[in-house]
Design a binder for this molecule. Structure first.
Ligand SMILES: *[C@@H]1O[C@H](CO)[C@@H](O)[C@H](O)[C@H]1NC(C)=O
Ligand SMILES: *[C@@H]1O[C@H](CO)[C@@H](O)[C@H](O)[C@H]1NC(C)=O
Ligand SMILES: *[C@@H]1O[C@H](CO)[C@@H](O)[C@H](O)[C@H]1NC(C)=O
Ligand SMILES: *[C@@H]1O[C@H](CO)[C@@H](O)[C@H](O)[C@H]1NC(C)=O
Ligand SMILES: *[C@@H]1O[C@H](CO)[C@@H](O)[C@H](O)[C@H]1NC(C)=O
Ligand SMILES: *[C@@H]1O[C@H](CO)[C@@H](O)[C@H](O)[C@H]1NC(C)=O
Ligand SMILES: *[C@@H]1O[C@H](CO)[C@@H](O)[C@H](O)[C@H]1NC(C)=O
Length: 220
């Protein structure tokens, strides 16, 4: 009812109401941008989860992630020379078979965080990860994506500490390697979000408001 009054007020010139791009006043409830693919079809709001590798010690941060299917995890490498490799829960510090994810090694002297390796999450199965450099895995440089309730990162870490060897997978596979152009990481180690994912954002608020106005006019 108050919306109708507001529209009427606007129509009679008592209240300014504009429908220009990007100005939704306080009438729209859907000003949040919606992502669309290049055909204009709305797509779910996939997001990228950032994991820093060796940023301030021999660990992944964060090392425990819940990630939705379709989202990506972007690993950012810091000095000196780390990797991301996939093991099973029960046999840490060793490749999870011939299809194990592996980033390869990223020797980094400075500009930590620029070198990146990104994996897309295709299902909700747990992904157990470790750094296959030296004894880093045994020292606790491990992580998990989507752990099941009965298996924790803590238990994986304990088992890793007992591993007799730290082995790299044979093949670099499963992710996409890239690097960001500097400057990218400020002194807090926080970097800007990646850009150019092939999607764009279109605000529908103005259009929704326009349809609502037409509807109200018809009803009246
Ligand atoms: C919505 O109303 C609030 C409070 O009246 C105001 O601060 C805000 O700027 C308004 N937003 C827009 C987009 O006009
Ligand atoms: C956009 O998404 C629709 C629905 O998922 C799909 O059919 C279409 O092929 C997509 N277009 C492009 C260019 O990706
Ligand atoms: C992941 O989700 C589970 C179940 O909802 C929750 O208990 C756990 O705290 C979450 N972990 C993180 C790191 O958000
Ligand atoms: C990085 O570590 C790997 C594995 O230990 C090693 O083969 C490679 O030579 C190292 N690279 C540099 C530049 O130190
Ligand atoms: C690690 O090894 C010790 C000694 O062999 C053993 O007592 C302990 O249960 C092991 N821990 C795990 C988590 O496997
Ligand atoms: C998800 O699927 C893509 C395409 O098949 C593949 O390249 C990628 O490695 C998969 N991600 C994981 C974590 O296995
Ligand atoms: C680094 O960037 C983040 C996000 O933009 C910001 O919150 C933080 O204050 C910045 N830190 C410094 C030291 O500039």
């Amino acid at each position: 009812m108050s919306a109708t009054l507001a529209i009427l007020a606007a129509l009679t010139g008592l209240l300014p109401l504009t429908l220009g791009d990007g100005d939704y006043g306080n009438y729209s409830t859907s000003a949040k941008p919606i992502s669309v693919n290049s055909s204009g079809i709305p797509i779910p709001p996939f997001s990228t989860h950032i994991v820093n590798v060796g940023m301030s010690g021999l660990f992944f941060s964060p090392d425990n992630l819940n990630v939705s299917v379709g989202d990506s995890v972007e690993f950012r490498f810091f000095p000196l020379n780390h990797s991301v490799a996939q093991s099973s829960f029960s046999a840490p510090c060793a490749p999870a078979g011939p299809r194990a994810l592996f980033s390869g090694f990223f020797p980094v002297q400075s500009d930590g965080g620029r070198q990146r390796w990104t994996i897309q999450i295709n299902d909700t199965k747990p992904i157990w990860l470790y750094c296959s450099q030296g004894p880093h895995c045994q020292m606790g440089m491990v992580a998990v994506i989507n752990p099941p309730p009965d298996q924790s990162i803590g238990r994986y870490k304990q088992a890793a500490a007992n591993a007799t060897a730290n082995m790299s997978p044979k093949d670099i596979q499963g992710g996409i390697t890239g690097s960001a152009s500097p400057p990218n990481v400020n002194s807090s180690g926080v970097a800007p979000e990646p850009t150019g994912s092939g999607t764009r954002s279109v605000p529908f608020g103005g259009f929704t408001l326009f349809l609502g106005l037409i509807f109200i006019l018809i009803v009246l």
